[in-house]
Ligand binder design. Structure first.
Ligand code: C2E
Ligand code: MG
Ligand code: MG
Ligand code: MG
Length: 289
């Protein structure tokens, strides 16, 4: 009897697995068609320099106008693209669009650095550095206007290979950032060795600056200090409230992004922000517990 039940359970489990696999295959297929049919679009979130208050950069964030699904956010499809390998192609599309856009802004007299997110699998492609160099050259974009956001996972998989690629990219003049810092597994040794230009503090820690998370607030302070000690600039992401911003200013954080200033916006809307000077609330010391 136990065996019977076990068997039925297995069948149920397998059906569920099949459903998951099927959904993945469908999403992958829809993404491939979507790339051909122009369903993807980049939105850009302004980034503010905390010292000058100026909008000096923006981050490209992928959006999918999937027929029948409305506007789909990356959380719903990037994972699938990573699993199926489509991310390499999708990532190259993103790079192409972002570089072309950065060039148009520079030509229009509003130069802004554009940050592009790069998946580990994309970074691991043998020709990745060459693809980036070719893309910059094709569009005649100064490398200083491109920033690549990488995650800690690229540092652990094949450290030697990663180091060589990062050095080659830095040599080209590209700014390299470590995204979602604090959520992955990078050790201080890695951080020192890879000599990246910027650290992006993950939103989860920034959130804590607004709430009662004293421990998390201490982590943010430590990240800013450590980043600076290693010669890196520190960027806070996910700033939604003025008190968070005031705390970040007091901690000496260099840049921020977040809904407090602006959400990721379509090209036509983000343009007006580039080069603008934002009125910041002014630094505030830590609240006494
Ligand atoms: P990320 O690179 O860490 O990007 C920051 C995410 O936080 C974005 O979500 C952004 O819209 C959101 N965000 C920014 N400010 C705030 C805020 O104040 N409050 C809140 N609640 N959220 C804020 P999004 O656009 O949904 O992207 C999610 C993730 O998907 C990105 O995280 C990135 O890891 C990935 N992603 C997005 N575009 C691409 C891409 O072109 N290629 C790759 N490989 N990954 C991408
Ligand atoms: Mg990012
Ligand atoms: Mg991030
Ligand atoms: Mg993230």
């Amino acid at each position: 009897q136990v065996k019977e039940r076990g068997k039925g359970h297995w069948r149920f489990y397998q059906a569920e697995m099949n459903a998951h696999l099927l959904a993945r295959i469908q999403t992958d297929h829809a993404m491939r068609l979507g790339l051909q049919h122009g369903e993807f679009e980049l939105h850009y979130q302004p980034r503010v320099d905390l010292r000058s208050g100026r909008v000096t950069a923006c981050e490209a964030l992928l959006r999918w106008h999937r027929p029948g699904h409305g506007l789909v956010l990356p959380g719903a499809f990037i994972g699938v693209a990573e699993e199926t390998g489509l991310i390499a192609q999708l990532g190259q599309w993103v790079l192409e669009q972002a570089v072309a856009q950065a060039r148009r802004w520079a030509d229009a007299g509003r130069p802004a650095q554009v940050a592009v997110n790069v998946s580990a699998l994309q970074f691991e492609q043998t020709q990745f550095v060459q693809d980036v160099a070719d893309t910059l050259q094709r569009h005649g974009l100064p490398a200083g206007l491109l920033e690549l956001e990488l995650t800690e996972s690229i540092l652990v998989r094949d450290a030697e290979e990663a180091l060589a690629k990062l050095q080659a990219l830095a040599q080209l003049g590209i700014t390299l950032s470590l995204d979602d810092f604090g959520t992955g597994y990078s050790s201080l040794t890695y951080l020192k060795r890879f000599a990246l230009h910027r650290l992006k503090i993950d939103r989860s820690f920034v959130l804590a600056l607004h709430e009662d998370g004293q421990a998390d607030a201490a982590i943010v302070a430590a990240i800013v200090q450590m980043g600076h000690a290693l010669g890196m600039e520190v960027v806070a992401e996910g700033v939604e409230h003025a008190p968070q911003l005031q705390r970040l200013q007091a901690l000496g954080c260099d840049h921020f992004q977040g809904f407090w200033y602006a959400r990721p916006l379509p090209v036509a809307e983000v343009e007006a922000h580039l080069g603008r000077t934002v009125t910041l609330p002014g630094a505030a010391p830590a609240p006494s517990a």
